[in-house]
Design a protein around this ligand. Structure first.
Ligand code: PAF
Length: 289
């Protein structure tokens, strides 16, 4: 295998490399990440490789999306292992800037998507999405990709990014790729690395509860209220799990549903030990006509 992976740290070097690729007629794909790459990230790279000709992975642990009591300092940063994974996956360029290059003048300007950024994750992690939308717009302005790839695992995040891009006329197409799961159902996440073997077992309750909601809504034709109750019953019966929320919402507005609609999403956030986990399952219902 030829080692064609280039890495750049500065915005100037990034722009130079991307400009060269574009001049060579290549379509630019971007996979924004915070590193600690797993198969979920690699599936985004694979999607980017299928659709574009020059794949840029950004690795940047973005401080503005972490709350004061969150895990910024201990967030995993296995750069060498990440670079190996990028190389093996056929990434063309890795951009891993330092905090000073990304936020040279402090935290002066932010972009925010009101409403949607204040519910669910936004309600539990004030300021989180402001940090996400700001860094994503900054990365788009730095990389200038044609297409950017995000995971459905962060369901609310990808919705917000779609709003950001529409509202501000950002010339990038957004792709949302399916959640990648371990064989036992656990959604892949960089934060799974924090779980002890016992906690990892406990964490399976999230994907189990989502399946319960799906069965309740699709097979038993129960209402979202009933599906929600059944998810909550399951999750609160598990020792060692502290539930933040479990809900069935409209797939686009994220408004909690009392009655079934065509496109729904079940969403859960819970803490297992000191690790906060999220998961979701989009649920489509073919309603009788
Ligand atoms: O999903 C993530 O890893 C991060 O929120 C993102 C999109 C890379 C922004 O820092």
């Amino acid at each position: 295998m030829t080692d064609s992976l280039a890495t750049v740290q500065t915005i100037d070097d990034l722009r130079l490399a991307v400009r060269e690729a574009r001049l060579a007629g290549k379509k630019i794909g971007c996979v924004p990440t915070m590193g600690a790459l797993h198969d979920g990230h690699i599936s985004l790279v694979e999607a980017a490789r299928r659709e574009t000709d020059f794949v840029v992975v950004t690795i940047f642990v973005n401080p503005t999306q972490f709350g004061p009591n969150e895990d910024l300092a201990k967030y995993p940063r296995p750069l060498e292992a990440d670079l190996d994974k990028c190389r093996a996956a056929g990434v063309d360029l890795v951009f891993n800037p330092d905090v000073e290059s990304v936020y040279p003048s402090g935290d002066a300007t932010f972009v925010e998507v009101p409403g949607l950024s204040e519910v669910l994750e936004g309600a539990h992690r004030p300021g989180h999405f402001r940090g996400v939308t700001t860094i994503v717009l900054k990365l788009f302005n730095m990389v200038l990709p044609d297409v950017a790839f995000f995971g459905q695992k962060d369901y609310q995040q990808q919705l917000l990014i779609r709003h950001l891009v529409d509202d501000l006329n950002v010339a990038v197409e957004i792709r949302t790729c399916p959640t990648i799961r371990e064989p036992d159902g656990l959604a892949m996440s960089s934060r799974n690395a924090y779980l002890s073997p016992e906690e990892r077992q406990t964490a399976l309750a999230l994907s189990q509860a989502l399946k319960i909601a799906e069965q309740s809504l699709c097979d038993e034709r129960q209402s979202p209220v009933e599906a929600r109750v059944r998810m909550i019953e399951h999750l609160t019966s598990i020792p060692g799990l502290v539930l933040d929320y479990a809900t069935v919402a409209d797939a686009y507005s994220l408004k909690e549903l009392d009655e079934a609609s065509g496109e729904m999403v079940a969403l859960i956030a819970a803490r297992v030990g000191t690790t906060r986990l999220i998961d979701n399952l989009p649920i489509s219902l073919r309603l009788p006509v």
